[in-house]
Design a binder for this molecule. Structure first.
Ligand SMILES: Nc1ncnc2c1ncn2[C@@H]1O[C@H](COP(=O)(O)OP(=O)(O)OP(=O)(O)O)[C@@H](O)[C@H]1O
Ligand SMILES: [Mg+2]
Length: 277
């Protein structure tokens, strides 16, 4: 996909004036329509959202409502048709690993590279010298729980390990923002729960800003500081739920059980709408 050119607020002063000091990310009335030979798809419409530095913001919504499209806009891979995307007050004008790293649902590891070499890949394309990128990747092996697997190839790793390598590759880049598109979607429930706990630990220790897409309400409630529910396509923001509770969360607490019921009712309605012909 070609990087796009910013649409408005080309002057940094003007863009910065749109942001509160604490906002790292601002989506301002963004919309996206895909034009294809078989017709146009209105994917996202008029989405405005601000995310403060250090938040763990989760986006949930029915399949096809534009979640990956929104992440693509934040990562500079998808150009919005309307509105603008600002990071630290500047319009996003294409992918920039110094700003945001993406973890895609499919880990997309290189089969001919070891776990360590895969983790170091992002640094390699940034031109970091071999010894330095090896050292940086090595440092991540411990927190990733992969110390004994540094020299293994993807085929020798479990699904959860491969996912951790993919997350390690994003963390190695050291971008302040991590965009995660259903990163645990392909994992079994137990591994998923453990990976969630692990991610929470990494997030709290590194102070990154996480934008996380999931279909799991449990995951959303266990991990996020805020959950954004999207409507059926064209995706708009239906509601935003703040989750100020401390971690680890008591998932059976009346507060979370009530929130879960509220979120489920909203998502159920939108998913039914999304399935209508
Ligand atoms: N590159 C593209 N070209 C044409 N249409 C696209 C493209 N990418 C996405 N779409 C369409 O835009 C809509 C939103 O897609 P998107 O992948 O953002 O949804 P999503 O919320 O991530 O869905 P899921 O939960 O299934 O991953 C869908 O109807 C999809 O078919
Ligand atoms: Mg998606």
């Amino acid at each position: 996909m070609a990087p796009h050119t910013p649409q408005r607020s080309e002057r940094p002063g003007e863009a910065e004036a749109l942001l509160d000091a604490a906002d790292l990310i601002a989506l301002e009335g963004v919309g996206k329509r895909y034009r294809t030979a078989s017709g146009d798809v209105d994917a996202v419409r008029d989405v405005s959202l601000r995310v403060a530095e250090g938040e763990f913001c989760t986006i949930i919504g029915p399949s096809g409502c534009g979640k990956s499209t929104l992440l693509g806009m934040l990562g500079g891979l998808v150009a919005p048709d309307t509105g603008q995307v600002l990071i630290a007050g500047r319009p996003v004008a294409g992918p920039d690993p110094r700003r945001a790293a993406t973890v895609f649902q499919d880990p997309g590891l290189f089969p001919w590279r070891s776990a360590l070499e895969n983790i170091a890949f992002g640094l390699e394309i940034q031109g970091v010298a071999a010894a330095r990128r090896r050292a940086a990747a090595h440092e991540l092996l411990g927190p990733l729980g992969l110390r004994a697997f540094a020299d293994k190839y993807p085929r020798e790793l479990s699904g959860g390990m491969r996912q951790r390598v993919a997350i390690g590759r994003a963390l190695a880049i050291d971008a302040p923002i991590i965009l995660m598109d259903e990163p645990f979607g392909a994992l079994d429930e137990q591994t998923r729960t453990l990976m969630g706990e692990w991610l929470l630990d990494i997030w709290r220790r590194t102070g990154r800003t996480v934008i996380f897409v999931t279909h799991s309400l449990h995951e959303a409630l266990a991990l996020s500081t805020r959950v954004v529910v999207m409507t059926a396509r064209p995706g708009r923001i239906k509601s935003v739920v703040e989750l100020p509770m401390p971690y680890p969360r008591a998932m059976e607490s009346p507060e979370l059980v009530t929130l879960r019921a509220k979120l489920w009712s909203e998502i159920r309605d939108e998913s039914l709408r999304a399935m209508q012909p």
